[in-house]
Each structure stands twice: as C-alpha cells, then as structure tokens.
Write a protein that binds this ligand. Structure first.
Ligand code: IPM
Ligand code: MG
Length: 363
C-alpha cells in the first residue's frame, strides 16, 4: 500500500518516543513491502517558540495531506503561563476539532509481566481488558462561553459543558459497535444525578442501545466509576463517556497497566484519517535522558495500522512484538522497579530496537 503519515514529535519526550515509532513504521514498511511516506511537522511549544503559533499552517497542511497523524506530546513548564489560546495544548484541540476526531479510543490492556509494576494488587489485574471510548470534540473542552472576566470587581472564570444529541448519538454508536466485537457490554459513565448534559447523554445512549440488542448497557455515575476502576476493573468491557470524564478516568485506568507509558490512543472521525498519540504527555522531568517508555507510542502505531489503514496483520505483529519483548524481561525504567519479571533495564532507544528486531523476525 502507498501510505502517507504526518508525524508531529512535539515537546518533552515526544521526539524520543516518536523516533522509536518511526523505526517501527520503517520496519513494517520493509517487511510488508508498503510504500510509506513520513512527513514531519512542528507542533506545540516548539512551534510557539519558532512561529508564535502552536499549530502553524504548514503543519496543518501536512496533516491534511496525510492518511493518518502520529503525535508525540505537547506542552511543558516553559509555556505554562500563556493564555489558553496560545498554549501548546491548543494545537491538539485544533487537530481534534479541525479533523472532527470525535471518538477517542483508549484500550486498557494488562500485560501479565507488568502486573507487578502496578501499585494495585495482582489478583485484581490479571485478565483486565477494557476500552475507554471518550467523546473528544465536545463538552467543557470546547463549549462557549469560555473566558475569564471581571464581575463586581473580581475575576470570574467560566467554562461551558454543552452536548448536542447528535454528538452523543455518534459516539454511542462507536461504543456499541466496539462492544459487539468484544465482550458485548457498554458501561455509560455520566453524572446524571446532577448534570443536564448527563441526563441527555443517558437518554440518547438508551435510544442507541435499542439498535444493539446483543449488547448489555449499564449506566454508572462517574464518581462511582472512578472507584470501580481500581476496586474491580475486570467488570468493564467498553466504557463510554464524555470528554472531561474520559480524560480523568483514562489516566486513572493507566495505573492498572503498570505505567502510563503503556497507553496508546486513537482519535477517529467519520473518515479513515485518525490521530494517534500516547496518552502520557510530554513528561518534561525525564526529557532527553533516553529513559522514557516508547511502548505507548509504538502501540499507537499499531492502532494506526488497524483503524486508518485496515492492516490488521501489521497491527497484530507490532502488538505481538511488544508482548514478546516484555515477556523476555526487557523493561524501561518506569516498569523496572519492584518487578520480579524484570531482567534487563533498557533505554528508550534500546526498547525501540528490540521491538524492530522482533518484528523483523530476528528474535
Ligand atoms: C489527553 C491529554 C490532553 C487532554 C491535553 C494534553 C490537552 O491530557 O489526551 O488526555 O486533556 O485531552
Ligand atoms: Mg489526559
């Protein structure tokens, strides 16, 4: 296949983990005889420094002309005091909204060898396998008004949570379709005891559920869900939730997998063009030390092959390689400590090389 991928390394550990992902893409290209063109774009804090804009036009154009987008991370302390419109994170929001990527898919998969890297107890983790479907272009992130103003001599800040029925309906379909291919259960997470948005959410999700008779639907309040995720995560198959709740719950769920360095994500819309990124962010504290875990980004590449390119075999071989390397006991620093399965501590680069070697069939 001829494929074009826009690669946006971004800030912090972004460039380091992206470098490993590019190696993996190149390895897959060779092994399966694809023709993959990678075009890099500048994004986030770096782009602010260079062009005064977190998402310069040129970067947007590269993304527009590509079949899929791979992003490292954006943000860092250097840009933390800028106003909302000028922050590195704005680039991410613009990409999500601009390409209408309303469905964010965050798989929570537990690799057996990493169970001891989690702070949670072993018995509750073995066999956990669920997906968070997070609505990505609505709610508090985008609702207007969104501003800080003066009222009666003091500052007042306002964010707006707003959801249209159509926005809820389309993300609900994504969740039910996903559940049909899995364990056939959707847990819709809301705060319907308090929020109007959540009451509409619940009503629409129930309507959509009628079209998926083979899927069981349950509702859960978000506060309870945050407890259930660490109390008994095995109960979940597909968690369906709105933007802000999904942001928070997915960081929480990362702990189950042993490290936030393990969690990939895919953001999809109505077309095949998706945005793929690790959920961990720029981690400025470990930037440039060659210790970051590149697996979340490498697993995001796997999701890219699956969802944007319909290349299931390529996606599987990447996931299989991750499994094998972990089984062999090669761990980056985030996973290494207190884990009896850990045999060798590896750097970011070494982890990337190991994955490529396994994909090539050399180990
Ligand atoms: C995420 C991140 C982003 C979000 C930030 C970086 C804007 O936390 O993808 O979970 O809040 O959506
Ligand atoms: Mg987040």
């Amino acid at each position: 296949m001829n494929l074009k991928i826009a690669v946006l390394p971004g800030d912090g550990i972004g460039p380091e983990v992206i470098r490993q992902a590019i190696k993996v893409i190149n390895t897959i290209e060779r092994k399966f005889n694809h023709k993959i063109e990678i075009r890099e774009g500048i994004v986030g804090g770096l782009a602010i420094d260079k062009y005064g804009d977190p998402l310069p036009e040129e970067t947007w154009r590269i993304c527009e002309e590509s079949d899929a987008i791979l992003l490292g991370a954006v943000g860092g302390p250097k840009w933390d005091n800028l106003p909302g419109e000028k922050r590195p994170e704005k680039a991410l929001l613009k990409l999500r909204a601009g390409f209408n990527l309303f469905a964010n898919i965050r798989p929570i998969t537990v690799f057996d060898e990493l169970i001891f890297s989690s702070t949670l107890k072993e018995d509750f983790l073995k066999g956990v396998d669920f997906v968070i479907i997070r609505e990505l272009t609505g709610g508090l992130y985008f609702g207007k008004p969104k501003e800080t103003r003066f009222e009666d001599g003091e500052e007042v800040a306002i964010d707006t949570m707003i959801y249209r029925a159509s926005e809820i309906r389309r993300i609900a379909h994504v969740a039910f379709k996903m559940a049909q291919k899995r364990k056939k259960k959707v847990t819709s997470v809301d705060k319907a005891n308090i929020l109007e948005c959540s009451r509409l959410w619940r009503k629409i999700v129930e309507e959509v559920a009628k079209e998926y008779k083979d899927v069981v639907l349950e509702h859960m309040y978000v506060d309870n869900c945050s407890m259930q995720i660490v109390r008994n995560p095995k109960q979940f198959d597909v968690i369906l939730t709105e933007n802000t709740f999904g942001d928070i719950l997915s960081d929480e769920a990362a702990i189950i997998t042993g490290s936030i360095g393990m969690l990939p994500s895919a953001s999809l819309g109505n077309s095949k063009k998706g945005l793929y990124e690790p959920i961990h962010g720029s981690a400025p504290d470990i930037e440039g030390q060659n210790i970051a875990n590149p697996l979340a980004t490498i697993l995001s590449v796997s999701l890219m092959f699956r969802y944007s390119f319909d290349l299931e075999e390529e996606a599987n071989i990447i996931e299989e390689a991750v499994r094998k390397v972990l089984k062999a006991g090669y761990f980056t620093r985030d996973l290494y400590t207190n884990n009896p399965y850990a045999k060798k501590l590896v750097t970011t680069e070494e982890m990337g090389d190991l994955i490529c070697k396994v994909i090539e069939g050399g180990a």
